[in-house]
Design a protein around this ligand. Structure first.
Ligand SMILES: Cc1ncc(COP(=O)(O)O)c(C=O)c1O
Length: 377
């Protein structure tokens, strides 16, 4: 009944990807010095309306670079959503910066923004705004709070290529923003990421930090420690081909989201579906997340196991930062309880929604979900 396994994500690489990769090989430009790197940087900057793009090796290294470039120091506090990937907390903890975790909204899964002021202390220096699963976080609330308390804002748009907040592109907010180009993103370079800024000095600092802080006058004489976070021309070639079709990809994601929303609506007694929009943004359905309701009596991993037996791939939700063993065993987040994130981490998963997904595959996913719900009920 279920022919081939349906993976949770498969990228679409049938545009100019092959031609541009051939160009890299035939020209010999395979390092970060090649022309596609700059094309991707200006292309992304133009797409989101930022002045400078700095291509790097991943979304995680982009966040690391952002924290370093803003000069955040040990002992500073940075507000982050607890419901996110470890890449947001790691660059802080490694530097002795203290992440202050905030719970998520139970419907958008983005950071709760209604009482952000209660997290402010004299040591608070910055806030990370993270768009989650295709839904932008409330940027107005974050921007107002940042202004009131003179905080730096890092916008993590790793999952938000082509999404908008009140018609303004995600990736254009705050002091510094970042994207990931991992293959499950709307634009992929295989592995890769980007930092985007408007301030020219900050851009220069990011470029230098990305490239080992080579000396200006004497290349191998260093006045500061940097990193090798460079992106190769081969990776950027893929990204340029992908960016050419971003609008088309966004439209396809909306179709995938609309199909699942329509066909699964009758199961809302058992599963919570993603909301289509808030008052400030439309859902871009980067992935299609579902949260199992209590009536089903199973957690996400038990449900995912049943889907896998039916040939359907899925992924669990993020595990909250305040519960990560690596932090808890170091004595962090004592007595922190953030119930919404804890609940969805236990009950949430996302189903196949990659750009190469066919309508027949979507039908199979819906059928497998319906059968699993029927088995449990
Ligand atoms: C919100 C968020 N930030 C950062 C990253 C890190 O990106 P990368 O996997 O390219 O290191 C991811 C990856 O999925 C992410 O979802």
């Amino acid at each position: 009944m279920y022919s081939d396994f349906i993976p949770v994500n498969e990228p679409l690489l049938d545009g100019n990807e092959r031609a541009y990769l051939n160009e890299c090989v035939s020209s010999g430009w395979i390092s970060s010095e090649g022309p596609f790197v700059q094309r991707l940087e200006t292309g992304m900057a133009h797409y989101v309306g930022r002045k400078h793009g700095i291509a790097v090796s991943s979304g995680s290294t982009a966040l690391d670079l952002a924290v370093e470039a803003l000069g955040l120091q040990a002992g500073d506090e940075v507000i982050i959503p607890t419901f996110t990937i470890i890449s947001c907390a790691a660059p802080l903890v490694r530097r002795g910066i203290i992440p202050i975790c905030v719970d998520c909204d139970p419907h958008t899964y983005t950071m709760e923004t209604h009482d952000l002021d209660s997290f402010i202390t004299p040591r608070t220096k910055a806030i990370m705004a993270v768009h989650i699963y295709g839904m932008p976080v409330n940027m107005d609330k974050i921007a107002k709070m940042a202004e009131r308390h003179n905080l730096r804002v890092i916008e993590d748009a790793a999952q938000a290529h082509g999404l908008s907040y009140k018609s303004q592109p995600c990736g254009s907010f705050g002091d510094i923003s970042i994207f990931s180009f991992y293959p499950n993103k709307h634009v992929t370079t295989g592995e890769g990421g980007m930092v985007l800024v408007d301030n020219p000095e900050l851009a220069e600092r990011c470029r230098s930090l990305r490239n080992l802080c080579f000396g200006e006058k004497q290349r191998f004489v260093h006045h500061e420690l940097g990193f090798n976070y460079r992106m190769s021309n081969v990776q950027a070639a893929l990204g340029v081909a992908q960016l050419e079709r971003l609008d088309q990809f966004i439209a396809r994601k909306h179709e995938i989201g609309a199909y699942y929303s329509w066909n699964l609506a009758k199961h809302e007694e058992h599963i919570q579906l993603p909301i289509a929009h808030t008052e400030y943004a439309k859902n871009g359905y980067w992935v299609f997340p579902i949260v199992l309701k209590d009536a089903l009596g199973v957690n996400a991993s038990q449900f995912m196991k049943r889907l896998k037996e039916k040939g359907i791939g899925s992924r669990p939700f993020f595990f909250p930062m305040h519960q990560q063993p690596v932090f808890v065993s170091a004595g962090m987040f004592k007595d922190v309880s953030l119930p919404h994130a804890e609940h969805i981490a236990e009950r949430g998963l996302y189903i196949p929604s990659g750009l190469a997904l066919t309508i027949e595959q979507q039908e199979s996913v819906v059928r497998a979900l319906e059968e699993t719900i029927a088995e449990l009920f």
